[in-house]
Design a protein around this ligand. Structure first.
Ligand code: FES
Length: 102
């Protein structure tokens, strides 16, 4: 069953400037690409690094620590040295509110 939680104002999520939110103790990264918002786990699956501190270009986030890359739409690893995907969350934007399905 869907469990939607409001996590941010949509106006806070800016393209190229990922936003960290904490939901039920989990660090979650929010990304904007044009009118769409995406949510993934913040922690890189390679080692201890926060993805919101990385560089976002379109649908790709580059980890700040070793340069691994993920597709924020699917969580799929896209560049060495990451091999495991990051978790993604369903996102809903209503008016100025961002909800994720946790
Ligand atoms: S910690 Fe992210 S690529 Fe190594």
């Amino acid at each position: 069953m869907a469990d939607w939680k409001r996590v941010a104002a949509a106006s806070e999520v800016l393209e190229g400037a990922p936003l960290l939110v904490v939901v039920e103790g989990e660090d979650i990264a929010l990304f904007r690409v044009k009118n769409d918002v995406f949510a993934t786990d913040d922690l890189c699956t390679h080692a201890e690094a926060s993805l919101v501190e990385g560089d976002q270009e379109g649908f790709i986030i580059t980890c700040p620590r070793h340069g691994g890359q993920f597709d924020i739409r699917t969580g799929a690893p896209k560049h060495f040295p990451v091999f495991s995907p990051i978790r993604t969350y369903l996102v809903r934007v209503e008016d100025n509110d961002v909800y994720i399905n946790v």
